[in-house]
Structure formats: structure tokens, C-alpha cells
Design a protein around this ligand. Structure first.
Ligand SMILES: NC(=O)c1ccc[n+]([C@@H]2O[C@H](COP(=O)([O-])OP(=O)(O)OC[C@H]3O[C@@H](n4cnc5c(N)ncnc54)[C@H](OP(=O)(O)O)[C@@H]3O)[C@@H](O)[C@H]2O)c1
Length: 292
């Protein structure tokens, strides 16, 4: 396995209370990773969203749930911002409305919002006080099955301990790299959106198998397992992908005929365009978040 993978290292215990503003898919996935690896207990977890009926998973597991975002600010030392990007100003405004005037507690905010920059986060959260530390993370949904790919960058006030804590949270469910912020939108396009691109490839490979007469369920299972196997080959060997491909392509054989068709169909160019389009959209989402 890649030397960057630190999933097998002992998982540090998180002593701080942990909050989630927004309790949807990504928040649940991140929380599950933390709990399943024994880094924290549900008694340390706080979550808020406007609809308490949507927080059943959290409540059943023993987290403290609320419809008031300010409760998370009051109770949690590490706060994940896990709402949709366009909701952020609303979520913060509702939090500030009932924030006690004398609130000075130090808080680490961890944003997973696509496109929203550290500068924008800093401006949006300024009314919370001077004790706000910031980290921006770009995770992806395979964090739900322990195979996530995340990148983070530290913002205002974030300490080495903060970076280490958040890196370990995302590393227990995959890999996590610290990168400059200028790379985050591109990484969001590659690994944040990437699972959707790969699902499409798996579906296409399976469809092609079905056309050849393979039953649908078997074709999907085989296409997915082939993708998993190929990914493991890339991660567990030091071989370049071109070398691995060459090893499958016998001269004058069957696979090279298929590779020729993929090249003729513009698979590479389509992937370039897909990642570029996603990165542009991410930058646009950020611009739409410019604090007034
Ligand atoms: N999904 C991905 O692949 C992915 C990858 C990387 C980053 N992200 C980022 O992760 C973030 C969350 O995505 P998601 O897929 O987890 O979304 P989601 O499942 O729709 O969850 C959003 C959550 O925000 C809550 N919410 C809505 N308005 C709120 C408010 N005013 N205050 C507090 N909470 C509020 C929703 O509550 P209700 O259900 O009650 O409305 C819901 O619990 C997004 O910013 C996205 O950019 C997602």
C-alpha cells in the first residue's frame, strides 16, 4: 500500500468536542470514520440542521442534535462546516443572531465547502471573534467506505496540532494531503468529483459487457472489481500507469485493439475537459460566496 497511507498507524484520540453545522451525507461519513476508528465517542459529537426529523441517524447513535447552529458554536471546539456552499451565509447569520455578546471561546472551524476560500471563510466568520482558527478540506464521498481522498490547507490561526488532528481524521478513512490553497479547487475537480467520473466509466464498461452477453449484475460487479484491482495495482506498486497498461497489452493482442478504440474515442481529452469544467465551476461557486 502507498507509503502515504497512514490508516494502519494507531489512531489518535480526539479529546475536543466535535460539531457539525449541517448533518448530511458528508458530515455523517466524516463522523462515522471518527467513531468507527475509536478516535472519539458519540457523546463528544454535536450536530445542527434546520430539520430535526433529518437528524435521526445522529440522535439514534447518541450525538447531541439541535436545530440551532449557535448550540454547536457553544459546545464544540472543532466545528465542521458541512452545509451546501450557498447556505453558508445563512447558517452563519442564524448562529450569530443568538451568539452571546461575551463569547470568546477558541474554535477550530473546518470547512468542507466546495469553492469557498479561506479568505471568504475568514470574513464570514469574523463576527464570531478573534479566537477562530480555520482549516479548509476537500474530501470525497468514498470516505463513507474508508477509501476517501482528501486534501487540506491551513488558514488563519490554525496550529500544527490542528493540522495534525484534521489530517488524522481524514486519514483514518483514506488518504489526506496538506496542499496550498491554490490547488484545492483542482483537487476538488479530480478527487471530489472524480468518483462520479469513475462511476460513469464503470457503468460504460459494464454496459459494454452486457452488449457482449454478460448478465447485467455480473457485468457491474466485474467492472467495479476491475476498477478496484487496477487502482490497487497503481497504489501498491511503484510502476507508472503506462507500464502497468503495457503489461496488459500483448503485442498484436486483444487489449491493444481496445486501447486504440479508447484513444480514437478521445477518452483522455474527455477527462481533461471534465476536470477542467468541474474546477471552473468550483471557482465560480466561490465567487458567488463573496461576502458583501
Ligand atoms: N458530496 C460530495 O461529494 C462532496 C465532496 C466534497 C465536498 N462536499 C461539500 O460538502 C458539503 C455538504 O455536502 P453534502 O453532500 O453532505 O450535502 P447534504 O447531504 O445535502 O447535507 C447538507 C446538510 O446541511 C443542512 N442544512 C441546510 N441548511 C442549513 C442551515 N441553515 N444550517 C445548518 N444546516 C443546514 C441540511 O439539513 P436538512 O437536511 O435539514 O435540510 C443537511 O443536513 C457541501 O458544501 C459540498 O460542497 C461534498
Amino acid at each position: 500500500m502507498s507509503s502515504d497511507k497512514i490508516c494502519n498507524a494507531p489512531h489518535p484520540t480526539i479529546k475536543e468536542s466535535i460539531g457539525f453545522i449541517g448533518g448530511g451525507n458528508m458530515a455523517k461519513a466524516i463522523c462515522s470514520g471518527i467513531i468507527n476508528k475509536g478516535m472519539a465517542q458519540y457523546s463528544q459529537i454535536y450536530v445542527s440542521s434546520p430539520h430535526i426529523e433529518n437528524l435521526g441517524w445522529w440522535i439514534q447513535n447518541g450525538a447531541t442534535a439541535s436545530i440551532e447552529n449557535v448550540k454547536i458554536l457553544e459546545k464544540a471546539q472543532i466545528i465542521f462546516l458541512s452545509v451546501k456552499p450557498h447556505i453558508l451565509p445563512l447558517a452563519v447569520a442564524s448562529m450569530l443572531k443568538t451568539l452571546p455578546a461575551n463569547f470568546t471561546e477558541p474554535r477550530l472551524f473546518v470547512s468542507i465547502l466546495a469553492g469557498v476560500t479561506l479568505d471568504q471563510l475568514s470574513k464570514t466568520l469574523r463576527p464570531v471573534g478573534d479566537n477562530v482558527r480555520l482549516i479548509r478540506v476537500m474530501p470525497n464521498t468514498p470516505v463513507m467506505v474508508g477509501e476517501g481522498c482528501a486534501a487540506l490547507c491551513a488558514g488563519n490561526g490554525a496550529t500544527a496540532h490542528d493540522v495534525k488532528t484534521i489530517t488524522s481524521i481524514f486519514s483514518v478513512s483514506g488518504i489526506c494531503k496538506e496542499v496550498p490553497e491554490s490547488m484545492i479547487n483542482s483537487i476538488g475537480a479530480l478527487s471530489g468529483s472524480g468518483p462520479a467520473f469513475i462511476y460513469l466509466v464503470i457503468e460504460a464498461l459494464a454496459d459494454a459487457g452486457v452488449k457482449q452477453g454478460i448478465p447485467r449484475a455480473m457485468a457491474i460487479e466485474m467492472a467495479a472489481q476491475t476498477t478496484l484491482g487496477a487502482a490497487k495495482m497503481v497504489l501498491s506498486t511503484d510502476k507508472h500507469t503506462a507500464v502497468l497498461r503495457d503489461e496488459v497489452c500483448s503485442p498484436g493482442g486483444t487489449t491493444i485493439c481496445g486501447v486504440h478504440e479508447l484513444e480514437s474515442g478521445g477518452v483522455r481529452a474527455a477527462m481533461f475537459n471534465a476536470v477542467e469544467a468541474a474546477a471552473k465551476k468550483s471557482a465560480l461557486l466561490g465567487q458567488q460566496q463573496q461576502p458583501k
